[in-house]
Ligand binder design. Structure first.
Ligand code: FE2
Ligand code: FE2
Length: 138
């Protein structure tokens, strides 16, 4: 759990989104564990690709859910999702080029992004989700 441990404060109360956030965090953790080994093998490059793939999968599922409830900040969320995805992709390009120097800065930025995005932005659409679906929430 080198990157971050799951915490109940990340829970939105929407089961499929909570599952995806957990899975995403697991993938980030496996990537991070190898990164601290300064391991530039094919395996690690595969792990950053896993991070990219799952990040894109989660964002696309989440954007569909937000669209389905008519969430008014969908475009802002899309923009935030795109910015962080682009950053991770650029990070992979640097890793592919053999550069690990910037890794700490990138991972700490990713950590705060993950925490703040889920706890602030994702919680906002969750509120709307509960209003629209009349489900309980947390
Ligand atoms: Fe999001
Ligand atoms: Fe999310």
């Amino acid at each position: 759990m080198g990157f971050m441990a799951w915490s109940s404060k990340f829970e939105l109360g929407i089961p499929e989104m909570d599952e995806q956030h957990k899975k995403w965090l697991e993938i980030l953790n496996s990537f991070y564990d190898h990164l601290s080994d300064k391991d530039l093998t094919t395996q690690m490059k595969g792990l950053i690709q896993d991070v990219i793939d799952y990040t894109q999968y989660h964002f696309s599922e989440e954007e569909k859910l937000m669209a389905s409830i008519g969430y008014h900040e969908l475009n802002q969320q899309k923009q935030m999702h795109k910015e962080i995805t682009d950053k991770i992709i650029r990070f992979k390009q640097r890793l592919d080029a053999g550069n690990l120097v910037i890794s700490t800065a990138v991972t700490s930025e990713l950590k705060s992004w993950f925490k703040e995005h889920i706890m602030v932005e994702d919680k906002k659409y969750a509120e709307k989700y509960f209003q629209v679906t009349q489900k309980g929430g947390i």
